[in-house]
Design a protein around this ligand. Sequence first.
Ligand SMILES: NC(=O)c1ccc[n+]([C@@H]2O[C@H](COP(=O)([O-])OP(=O)(O)OC[C@H]3O[C@@H](n4cnc5c(N)ncnc54)[C@H](O)[C@@H]3O)[C@@H](O)[C@H]2O)c1
Length: 603
Amino acid sequence: MNSTRRDILKTTALGGLASSLTGLLGGSSSAAIASGPVTLSSGLTIRPDIVNARPRPAGQKPVHTLTTKPLEKVRVALIGLSRGMTHLSDSLNLEFVEVVAVCDLRAEHANNAADMCEKASGKRPKVYGGTETIWEQMVARDDIDVVYIATPWGWHVPMALGAMQHGKHAFVEVSAAVTVDDCWKLVDTSERTQRHCVMLENCCYGENELFLLNMVREGVFGELTHAECAYIHDLRSMLYALGTEGDWRRDYHEQFNGNLYPTHGLGPVAQYLGIGRGDQFKFLVSMSSSEKGLSTWRDKHSPNGGKHAKETYICGDMNTSMIKTELGRTIMIQHDVISPRPYSRINALSGTGGTFFDYPARLAINEPRKYRLDSGGSHEWMSDKDLARMRKLFTHPLWTKLAERAKGGGHGGMDFVMNWRHLDCIRQGITPDSVVYDAASWSSILELSSLSVATGSLPVAIPDFTRGLWKTMSPLPIAFKEPGKSIALPVKIAEWSPKDLHADWVSKSWDVTKGITGPGDYIFEFQYTHGAHRLDFRKVALLNGEAVIGKDDQPGHTGVENVHTLYRFTVAKHDPSAKVLLQAEIKADGGTDSYGDISIARE
Ligand SMILES: NC(=O)c1ccc[n+]([C@@H]2O[C@H](COP(=O)([O-])OP(=O)(O)OC[C@H]3O[C@@H](n4cnc5c(N)ncnc54)[C@H](O)[C@@H]3O)[C@@H](O)[C@H]2O)c1
């Protein structure tokens, strides 16, 4: 160790971190507990022992597979009716949900929400409003199954604990908690009361995120190695808007220097990697840029008559953390709500089989041919046409089912898909897709990244909120296909080679009987594989013996370039004993050196 680094580690606070690192790497962590807290420039302190494991208190049971009594109607109450209005409106659109009570400190917000319910359902929920603690009366009612909590961050934990202690499931907005201690309170209370604490991480239900999750589970990415994610959103003006999040969210820029809002990026990535279910966060290192943008914006615009002039922001404009997982994967996560740049959650994933980057969506895979794609391989992002084909194959069943209903809903429909899914899990009594361990581990990054930043980017262990259960937990139910349904990947059904070809057009038919498995729509695709000449084709027909099932005369070709290679036919009646033929006129272009195959997929 060089002398500068040794000197750094001598200081009390950093020594604590070094000791906790020793703990992480297999030594004793007791020195970390004995060492003093780290003081941030805001004066706020963080204890290094927050990284330590905490044994499960007696009498608590894990909740990772908690099932509950199925319900005919899910009775919902909501606290915080700004963001909460989205959850209210989604709840009102669900036939199996009844809104029984609404609560907001600002009574007019609660009354507006009640008006909306009355208009939609004819029933006015009980209204609670006017004081900061009136929610306590609401969660004590005995006719509520789920309490939505969409209040400022400081209220999430007391409200979630109150709801669970009164026997309700808590649905908490992001991030669920600010401190690691509070994350443990959520875990312990969920385990003690055997109630779910579900964080409302809507980004896990985005169309692209679920598309990606589905591809992961179907093996498109092979072995996963690395992910990147972020919350990058220029919020400068919102941070000073009165009567909105600006009233309280800026406080955190004065208190912490780290990743203030980790879960929108991290939630989906954690689900791809199976964090808490087969893999686990192990440690992070974090680094922040200097703080410039928020103070510059404030000084230039003097919002609210200049009353924020004396505020001191300590949070760097860009925070970058690297997380290492138990299986050795890496995650890069960023937070920047200050820089002038377009919105992004990055949403990137690499594995041995491919790479995806979002904003805009781009995919490159090792084996494009496996999915009947034209793309050359991993050195280029696939074309829009190929990406559309992959979407067709791997759109998540939840989006296939709910896309129409989600249209026009919050955040491109993901809010509706999330609310439908979480509430439907409670209705069925099955374990929701994410439970309290996910809420805690994704949220804990705020304080843990701040601890690393404050100690010169030393590695900080990430507590295992599952207390070892991650090793045996099974993957998320959300990952599975609908029961009995397999993804209809195209399969090779026939082929051509030079022996089938002549200088001029020739009629050829292939027996495709084994690909026809019942009535339905079938797509046939011609795909050149190798040889000096492309294949031209036209007058394509599907025959049942002599009878024509369908006919498409349009010419196409496949080679370096692919033009009109897909032919779609509807089989109205299926006779398993009948021989089905695909017929076409074919010709190679300028010679007969052409090889390729024909695939079939049932839509
Ligand atoms: N998932 C998302 O996409 C998303 C989007 C926006 C906000 N959020 C989250 O939702 C939460 C709320 O954000 P917001 O934008 O609605 O904030 P907001 O400040 O606009 O609204 C908060 C609401 O809570 C009420 N409230 C405050 N203290 C209360 C108390 N003690 N009792 C009852 N009501 C109280 C306020 O009167 C207000 O109506 C935050 O956690 C935020 O991070 C999530």
